[in-house]
Design a protein around this ligand. Structure first.
Ligand code: GAF
Length: 395
């Protein structure tokens, strides 16, 4: 599978109907990790990897969902949707359908086919791409259109409550609001945002450590709990502190001794990361790439040492990148514990950079990494018959 034309023709062969097709991108986060659920700041960009969703109505009251990636079909009764997921890939699209029903929509039968090239388990938000592409497809079928921030919240709820992964808002938000050649500074408290252009001469080189990352289960929720415990200690003294977004490094100096040592480290990462993220967006807007690179490096080591969310492979990928010509900044991106590093690289050096870094990583770690030279892309949208982006008016 390569593109929407192929998805469309496979869809026609399977469901004997002409679908409407939607695309939602994955993302890379330049800086601002585990700050979203603390109502802080993030600086992601949508990337040119996406999930496509093809949909058409059916009249037998069934919801049929086929995954081209898993080559598997699941069927549900639109009149009695399951209340919870059960650890299957279909939880993501069904979570969205369930949330739309919770929001008062009456859900008719439909056939949905999904295909994506966001590498799963690599920290590039394949889950959000799946949720958002489904959301756009089902919205179209229902003839409704939620405002972007509301749709992002709905998809986040699908993941939190139906899938059972305790993620924040970043991934769903950027998948909807991404803009070609821009990063987006999001205030996760009120969902206001500012776009920062990524200069033409800067490439996004994504280096996959090939160590699997997952948000559901494992260390992600543990980190979240630890940082919330630190916040609760500060709130005992300053009740106005509801989230770590409201706390300062001075609070840690005063009350850090009342925290579990790990909680203190997690809080130090999140509080300092918020400061770095806002500073990084400023640096990008001013064109100060040196400062941006410095902040990314600081963010990586804070993520690795204080938040303990990196791994030996990601640390090696970041260390090795520092000696490859063309690097502006590198760090582990996304939820952590594996996945990809993001390298901002001078465009003219990007090919050689990717090749050299890949070879050096393979030589040191013994794993051949996947390297992708990406660009910041636009947010979720409908695709026309020939795969072109349809404007809002024609969508
Ligand atoms: C994952 C989550 F889904 C996001 O909400 C965010 O917390 C991120 O990890 C870490 O910054 O992608």
């Amino acid at each position: 599978m390569h593109d929407s034309a192929e998805l469309r023709s496979l869809y026609q062969a399977r469901f004997h109907a002409e679908p409407a097709v939607f695309a939602a991108p994955g993302r890379v986060n330049l800086i601002g990790e585990h700050t979203d659920y603390a109502e802080g700041f993030v600086l992601p960009a949508a990337i040119n990897f996406a999930t496509l969703a093809a949909i058409s109505p059916r009249d037998d009251g069934k919801i049929s969902i086929y995954s081209e990636n898993y080559r598997e079909e699941r069927s549900f009764d639109a009149a009695s949707l399951p209340e919870k997921g059960n650890g299957h890939w279909s939880d993501y699209p069904m979570g969205v359908v369930h949330e739309l029903a919770q929001a008062g929509q009456s859900i008719p039968g439909f056939s949905l086919s999904l295909w994506g090239d966001v590498p799963p388990g690599s920290g590039l938000s394949s889950s959000a791409a799946l949720e958002v592409s489904t959301a756009l497809a089902v919205e179209w079928m229902l003839g409704v259109q939620y405002p972007g921030p509301m749709l992002a919240r709905l998809c986040q709820r699908a993941e939190n409550e139906y899938v059972g992964a305790n993620c924040g808002i970043m991934d769903q938000f950027i998948s909807i609001h991404g803009k070609e050649n821009h990063a987006l500074l999001l205030d996760c408290r009120d969902l206001s945002y500012k776009l920062a252009p990524i200069p033409d001469h800067v490439a996004l080189v994504i280096a996959n450590t090939m160590v699997k990352h997952s948000v559901a289960g494992g260390d992600y929720p543990t980190r979240r709990r630890e940082s919330e415990a630190a916040c609760a200690v500060i709130a005992r003294h300053r009740p106005e502190v509801k989230f770590l977004r409201d706390a300062t490094l001075a609070d840690l100096d005063r009350w850090g001794s009342e925290m579990e040592p790990k909680a203190l480290m997690r809080a130090r990462h999140i509080i300092s990361e918020n400061l770095r993220t806002v500073a990084a967006a400023d640096a990008l807007l001013r064109g100060d790439l040196k400062e941006l690179g410095r902040l990314m490096a600081e963010a990586h080591w804070s993520y690795s040492r204080d938040f303990e969310a990196s791994c030996a492979e990601a640390d090696a990928m970041v260390e090795l990148a520092a000696d490859v010509p063309g690097l502006i900044g590198a760090r582990l991106t996304g939820g952590g514990f594996g996945g990809c590093t993001i390298n901002l690289v001078e465009q003219r050096e990007a090919e050689t950079f990717a090749k050299t870094l890949g070879e050096r990583y393979a030589a040191r770690i013994g794993i051949v990494p996947e390297m992708h030279i990406c660009h910041a892309s636009g947010g979720a949208h409908r695709l026309g018959k020939t795969g072109e982006r349809r404007s809002a008016e024609t969508a």
